[in-house]
Design a protein around this ligand. Structure first.
Ligand code: GLA
Length: 380
């Protein structure tokens, strides 16, 4: 559904003119599971997004319709509750605004999305960021984009139970066309790195293995990192997060950690370093070097952080065998999309090879999305 037809449907139903907001999903070139460790990530918004049609309704009711799902929910401020439905994410955003002292007023909303859910493209962050942005514009709350990102993150923590980092909502809100960003998740500052594609492309292979960040596995990984920091802190009180640790320091504390906690921390410390290195290579437009790091990341995700799955591992191995420059599972893990950096000459051969063999192996049809790096949340 495009903005014009969404606005037309809204007018048909509510008889007034809505504001239209676009909120994109994101990719992350490198820097996985580093955001909640105060490290670096390298995300960018993509040309897949939510569209919201929103207008104040001068009541205290929120009437929200998910057009694609044919679902409508109505609730008021005193009915906000936690859960795993899309409406709980939006309730969390409203709650975040109320807790910041904003005067909450009712709205009518229609929304639609072409971001596949559970594919590691941050549909939930886009949902929260776009809705927050719309309320902020509509009621002139004067919240900054950073505050909107924090509200979106809090919504996932408090209302959905997913202890996610800041990357996804920050990327949805701050991205710029044609660039990835090097985001410092400790200072909440970023630098845009223009991505000069030349003969290269970014391609997503959707494994169709759905993941959920509200699952205990994601939160467990976070706990393992916190456990590692706690152990190091006993002797080095200045250490606040794995961002403050390097491989040498980690080795010193290895004997005090369980083998699993060490392995998780070791992955994160190396991934923060890889992300710094990738930024360096990207500035020199050395995409081959970036691709090598992506493969290293996948190896770490698979064998050290253990958030991969047979389908993602298979796609990455096939990519390597076919001459794809870089490939790795992207996002929270346990499925979703594999991000591939590849030269245009290899693209069709790779796609055909995956198509020919994936179904026989996993009894699922993969999807392929060519990606453009897009602007963050905006009024349409
Ligand atoms: C999900 C979370 C992010 C981040 C990634 C892993 O996308 O929402 O905060 O932790 O997983 O890098």
């Amino acid at each position: 559904m495009n903005p014009v037809s969404l606005a037309a449907s809204f007018k048909d139903q509510y008889h007034h003119t809505p504001m239209i907001v676009r909120a994109p999903g994101r990719i992350n070139l490198i820097g996985e599971h580093t955001d909640y460790n105060n490290g670096f990530v390298m995300p960018a918004a993509i040309d897949k997004h939510f569209l919201f049609a929103v207008a104040a309704n001068n009541t205290n009711q929120f009437n929200i319709q998910a057009v694609d799902l044919h679902e409508t929910i109505s609730f008021s401020l005193d009915e906000l509750k936690a859960g795993h439905h899309w409406s709980n994410y939006l309730m969390g955003v409203i709650d975040g605004m109320a807790r910041r002292g904003k005067k909450i007023e009712g709205v009518d909303v229609l929304f639609t999305s072409n971001i596949p859910a559970g594919a590691g493209l941050s549909s939930s962050a886009a949902l929260c960021s776009g809705f927050g942005f719309a309320l902020n514009e509509l009621f002139r709350y004067n919240l900054s984009r950073l505050e909107l990102a924090l509200i979106a993150q809090e919504s996932e923590h408090r209302f959905v139970g997913a202890q996610v980092g800041i990357m996804d909502m920050y990327a949805s809100l701050f991205s710029r066309t044609g660039s990835v960003m090097l985001l410092d998740c400790r200072s909440y500052t970023h630098e845009y790195l223009p991505f000069q594609f030349g003969n290269f492309e970014l391609l997503l292979v959707d494994t169709k293995v759905k993941h959920s960040l509200a699952s205990s596995a994601y939160n467990n990984r976070r706990q393992a990192c916190e456990e590692g920091v706690k152990i190091i802190k006993q002797n080095r009180p200045e250490v606040q997060s794995l961002r403050d640790v390097d491989e040498t320091v980690l080795q010193i504390f290895k004997p005090s950690m369980t083998e699993e906690v060490f392995r998780r921390c070791n992955y994160v410390v190396k991934e923060i370093d890889r992300t710094r290195q990738a930024a360096h290579h990207l500035k020199k437009n050395d995409l081959t070097a970036v691709g090598k790091l992506m493969y290293e990341t996948h190896r770490g995700l698979s064998s050290e952080y253990e958030v991969s799955c047979p389908e993602s591992d298979w796609v990455v191995t096939t990519a390597r065998e076919t001459g794809v420059t870089g490939a790795r599972q992207m996002g929270g893990g346990f499925g979703g999309c594999v991000l591939c950096l590849l030269s245009i000459s290899v693209k069709n051969i790779f796609i055909e090879k995956v198509k020919a063999k994936y179904f026989a192996q996993f009894e699922k049809e993969p999807d392929f999305y060519s990606i453009e790096l897009s602007e963050g949340v905006a009024l349409v």
